[in-house]
Write a new protein. Structure first.
Length: 88
């Protein structure tokens, strides 16, 4: 489950410049991927190793960060985890 839903992202991007890439049918997939990337690279655990933010109770700043990462992935136009000919 993503930190935010498409409804939140649509509302966020209506107020943001340079967000024209936010369109299409796979918006929920981009939000899911963005959420997973944030979880993989950011430590949101307390001192006991318990995850602090549940997906459905993420604070607004984390929802906005998820939107930004999803938009970045859309603008990138490719899977950043896959090799390309320029770097291999």
């Amino acid at each position: 489950m993503a930190y935010c839903n498409v409804t939140f992202a649509d509302s966020y991007f209506k107020r943001r410049s340079f967000a024209s890439a936010w369109s299409g049918e796979d918006q929920d997939k981009f939000l899911e991927t963005a959420t997973q990337q944030i979880k993989d690279f950011c430590n949101f655990e307390d001192e006991n190793g318990i995850f602090i933010y549940e997906d459905d109770a993420a604070p607004d700043w984390l929802k906005r960060a998820t939107c930004e990462q999803a938009l970045h992935l859309m603008n990138l136009g490719k899977d950043p985890t896959q090799n390309d000919k320029k770097t291999t």
